[in-house]
Design a protein around this ligand. Structure first.
Ligand code: GDP
Length: 211
């Protein structure tokens, strides 16, 4: 299920089309454009976030197509960059060998993809920092990669709890220079302007949008 669809009243989005899927770094498209990768535990809402900021429902469908869920899925953006949907993790039934394959392809990509500008990590605001989230965060730190944490599904909790969760995560990473954190709701669209502006900035595009 790749709902929810973005609200039509929003005036900005990152227009994107599916380009290709790659099983590993060597099969990725030529590194010609700045890239922003999305990672997240299964069910954290990564597909819904991509729907929300691109306004393209078929985008996340691609990423949920059997055979593509373990791939790095590339989307070409009119703004002049690629969005890369990394395979989700934390499925209860994932075999050990699939887990190892996931780690290998994702770690290789994060470590050596020369055009990678930033990693967006999608977490459920009610359950952040699960197994593998932490691993990816550490990997980003070791690779000196810009990390943007999305505390998604903010609509599921009240304003006070939302701010508490944001402050708590900000405190955890206050010594890291290359980490930013925001709350987000793929359902309601909260935080989409902030995320879109970041991505356009990473793409090297002038920031001309608002929401
Ligand atoms: P993925 O596995 O990380 O790609 O997660 P999905 O995008 O498929 O979302 C998993 C479930 O969470 C779906 O039922 C979504 O509708 C729901 N969901 C995703 N984002 C949000 C959100 O911001 N708020 C709420 N309430 N539900 C969300």
């Amino acid at each position: 299920d790749c709902s929810p669809m973005p609200k039509p009243s929003f005036n900005s989005r990152i227009e994107s089309d599916f380009l290709t899927s790659a099983p590993n770094l060597s099969k990725c498209p030529e590194p010609k454009f700045p890239e922003v990768a999305f990672a997240g535990r299964s069910n954290a809402g990564k597909s819904s976030v991509l729907n929300q900021i691109t306004g393209n429902k078929s985008l996340a469908k691609v990423s949920k197509t059997p055979g593509r869920t373990q791939m790095l899925n590339f989307f070409e953006c009119k703004a002049g960059g690629y969005l890369v949907d990394l395979p989700g993790y934390g499925y209860a039934k994932t075999s050990k060998s699939d887990q190892i394959a996931w780690q290998k392809s994702v770690n290789e990509y994060l470590s050596f993809r020369e055009t990678l500008r930033a990693l967006v990590l999608v977490m459920d605001i009610r359950r952040p920092n699960q197994e593998y989230d932490q691993e990816l965060i550490n990997w980003a730190k070791e690779s000196d990669l810009t990390l943007h944490i999305l505390l998604n599904k903010s609509d599921k909790i009240g304003t006070n709890k939302k701010l508490d969760a944001l402050r708590k995560t900000q405190l955890e990473y206050k010594h890291w220079s290359n980490v930013s954190i925001q709350t987000f709701s793929a359902l309601k669209g909260d935080g989409r302007g902030e995320l879109i502006n970041k991505i356009l900035y990473w793409f090297g595009d002038p920031v001309t949008t608002s929401s």
